[in-house]
Design a binder for this molecule. Structure first.
Ligand SMILES: Cc1cc2nc3c(=O)[nH]c(=O)nc-3n(C[C@H](O)[C@H](O)[C@H](O)COP(=O)(O)OP(=O)(O)OC[C@H]3O[C@@H](n4cnc5c(N)ncnc54)[C@H](O)[C@@H]3O)c2cc1C
Ligand code: FES
Length: 262
């Protein structure tokens, strides 16, 4: 798919909880974007901040895209204040996106760590609309119940949802990957998809390898160009040609977990 540069318009900006923002954007050139792809946004009006910020698509709608953004620093704080009608300079869609499960696949397990939920919401919506035979289980991990409450409204009701929190205030106390030990998660044999912190993805990849099941992980990295030119986002991988550095922006952000966690 061709990558385009364009000006999107903010339809709504809404705070969910204390530090999560849901942005709805009108962006007609992004309607063919796929789950797992991302966009690079210019967050300032002038030159500061200089670098565009990468965000996964949380939804592709009939008129544009939706983003789910955790406020972290200067750029995301600005985004949280964007009013309706604000013009946003965007490059996208970028990256390769999630490989959909083959038609007829009975089950998919989506494992999200915090704001890593965003691209998995997009995938869950795509599966609901395009693989109705596929039962989708969403495993969501967060630090607290309050963090969970900010994210849960975006999960399609078509997903079976299980939650783990560090403090046990929602769902099970512990790591989201502890939920993979529930035998029911592996029946019928699922395809795994994950997005979140690297240790979480490593644990997910280990589980998939032990069970002999396919697993795709979406990685985050600091990005400068977003299009494969600067090599600022590389991570080590074992490719079919041997050990190599792969670019998260252009070769990913979604990888077969066996490449990243051999
Ligand atoms: C492919 C991709 C998809 C992403 N999708 C989403 C998404 O859907 N929702 C979302 O909220 N965030 C997402 N991110 C992370 C997001 O790009 C950063 O949170 C954002 O750029 C921070 O900008 P800032 O100006 O607010 O923070 P800065 O002021 O630049 O930094 C504030 C703090 O955030 C940390 N930070 C900055 N960038 C990243 C990063 N890429 N990964 C981890 N920590 C970072 C910095 O180290 C610093 O501690 C994604 C990142 C990538 C690479
Ligand atoms: S951000 Fe420049 S190569 Fe990935």
């Amino acid at each position: 798919m061709t990558t385009h540069h364009g000006i999107a318009r903010i339809v709504t900006t809404a705070l969910s909880g204390t530090d999560t923002v849901h942005l709805v954007l009108e962006a007609p050139w992004l309607l063919q974007a796929r789950p797992g792809q991302f966009v690079m946004l210019r967050v300032g009006d002038g030159t500061a901040p200089l670098l565009r910020r990468p965000f996964s698509l949380c939804a592709v709608t009939h008129s544009g895209i939706e983003l789910l953004v955790k406020i972290r620093g200067n750029g995301t704080e600005r985004m949280a204040r964007w009013p309706a009608g604000h013009a946003v300079d965007i490059i996208g869609p970028l990256g390769n996106g999630f490989q959909p499960p083959p038609a007829g696949t009975a089950s998919a397990v989506l494992v999200a760590g915090g704001i890593g939920l965003a691209p998995l919401v997009c995938l869950a919506r795509w599966l609901r609309d395009n693989r109705p035979e596929c039962a989708v289980r969403m495993l969501l991990g967060a630090r607290t119940g309050t963090d969970c409450d900010a994210l849960i409204p975006f999960i399609p009701p078509s997903c079976a949802l299980q939650i783990a929190t560090d403090d046990g205030s929602r769902g099970t106390r512990g790591l989201v990957t502890d939920l993979l030990e529930d035998a029911a998660v592996l029946r019928p044999a699922p395809v795994f998809y994950g997005c979140g912190p690297m240790p979480m993805l490593q644990a997910l990849a280990n589980c998939a390898r032990r069970a002999g099941l396919p697993c795709f992980v979406s990685l985050e990295a600091h990005m400068a160009c977003g299009v494969g030119a600067c090599l600022g986002c590389t991570v080590p991988a074992i490719t079919p040609r041997g050990p190599a550095q792969v670019r998260v922006c252009a070769d990913g952000p979604v990888f077969d977990s066996r490449l990243i966690f051999p």
